[in-house]
Ligand binder design. Structure first.
Ligand code: PMT
Length: 405
């Protein structure tokens, strides 16, 4: 792993939880990488670890109070928020996550998080029932949508004696996640166009043909491309997700609308990434009124939609073109066949027959193929996978050095 933490300024937030003791090791390891650390503890964290340990390890005073006369003269909460290149909260309790999700700022840590423009990473640690609770999961989804990176949690035996998800990730993994946030200027100065989500093809005013794509994979790729320095346009089919603020988003509904938007946006694009699950067929006719139920079988005639990816790949001055392949069998054979048939530079294939991966879920797996090589990216959260994929695309793009369309 390249050390990208040298000279970075990290605010480490520690909230109340048994895993708070790992904050000491985390502080030491971040400093070992050449970064500066300032520790902010919540009041509850004091129940689990003493500030003197963290002060000694960080070489800086530990901060807790929002209204601290001495600190306001030197490093007030706004200065601390501006100072940070990244904020990582480890462990993050359910309480802190709830406050962050709802914009509450009643202590120094939550205030710094609200006031900073630096990336925020949080490593949840809590009892498994608390992690699985609907309120916690809703908060996690909201934080993710806003671009907060959730590291973990891991699953296993917990301090409370229960077994399940909720253990804080090991320090090594936290360092890896933090480091990954800085590895990135691989796409600086480039224009990236991403498609995401499903398309919807009307049958009548209330019914449509579509698929289970949520947009999570494509949105994560758009975000990762922006993190890597690209100017990103995301063309999204219907999705409940909120596009990252760092990305320009164009909402479409049908495959033909997506095709038109892609063609409009293609000029000057260096890299095109087609993560959308475009509905391959649409109904030949669309009822003006809701179709009436009858006793006879109903036959719909379906006509093929334009193949957006193949159209882009066929352009004389095309961008570096990356397709996806959603496969349920013979992944490598089918993906390589699509690579050739569609004439793309690279194809990222996911095995969508595996449980809790692919469509809709937070995790995915990717096997990436290009004419002279391949790389397996094993199952991981889509955010992480997207960063790995973007790093690989950047590597292949620079090797390829294709001109913009
Ligand atoms: O959105 P999520 O819930 O996160 O799920 C992610 C995903 C599984 C949808 C995503 O990872 C994925 O695999 N996207 C592509 C799904 C797909 O349509 O695969 P395909 O094998 O049918 O299509 C191959 C490629 O051609 C894709 O890049 C697709 O965008 C493109 N295509 C397909 C048909 C068409 N008419 N036009 C296209 O451009």
């Amino acid at each position: 792993m390249i050390n990208a933490l040298r000279q970075k300024r990290i605010v480490l937030g520690i909230s109340g939880g048994v895993a708070a003791y790992k904050g000491a090791e985390l502080t030491r390891r971040i400093r070992e990488r050449g970064a500066r650390v300032r520790v902010v503890m919540t009041r509850a964290a004091y129940q689990f670890i003493g500030p003197l340990t963290l002060q000694a390890l960080s070489g800086q005073p530990v901060r807790t109070d929002l209204f601290d006369v001495n600190a306001e003269a030197g490093m007030g909460h706004i200065e601390l928020a501006r100072w940070a290149d990244a904020v990582i909260i480890a462990p993050a309790s359910a309480d802190v996550m709830g406050k962050l999700a709802h914009g509450l700022a009643d202590d120094l840590l939550t205030t710094v998080c609200l006031a900073t423009s630096a990336p925020l990473l949080i490593a949840p640690a809590m009892n498994q029932q608390m992690w699985l609770a609907a309120a916690t999961q809703a908060n996690v989804a909201l934080l993710r949508q806003r671009g907060v990176e959730i590291l973990g949690p891991a699953s296993g035996e917990q301090a409370c004696g229960e077994v399940g998800p909720g253990r804080m990730l090991e320090v090594d993994r936290l360092i890896e996640g933090l480091n990954a946030r800085f590895v990135n200027d691989a796409l600086a100065g480039l224009k990236v166009l991403v498609t995401a989500g499903p398309t919807r093809e009307a049958i009548d005013p209330v019914r449509y043909l579509s698929n289970r794509s949520s947009g999570k994979m494509g949105y994560a790729i758009a975000r990762a491309s922006a993190e890597a320095g690209a100017a990103v346009t995301l063309i999204s089919g219907p999705s409940n997700l909120t596009a990252p603020e760092t990305v320009r988003c164009i909402a479409v509904t049908t495959a033909r609308e997506m095709a038109e938007a892609v063609s409009r946006e293609l000029d000057g694009t260096n890299i095109f990434i087609a993560a959308a699950a475009v509905t391959d067929y649409r109904s030949a006719t669309v009822g003006e009124q809701k179709l009436k139920r009858g006793d006879e079988p109903l036959t719909l005639t379906l006509v093929p939609n334009p193949d957006i990816l193949a159209t882009v790949a066929a352009q004389a001055r095309r961008p570096f073109t990356v397709g996806f392949a959603a496969e349920t069998e013979q992944l490598a054979v089918n993906a390589r066949a699509k690579l050739e048939k569609k004439g793309v530079d690279m194809i990222a294939a996911n095995d969508v027959s595996l449980p809790a991966q692919g469509f809709e879920s937070d995790d995915n797996n990717l096997s990436v193929f290009w004419p002279q090589g391949e790389r397996i990216l094993p199952c991981a959260p889509k955010e992480k996978l997207a960063r790995q994929l973007v790093a690989l695309i950047a590597e292949r793009y620079h090797a390829h050095a294709r001109h913009p369309a």
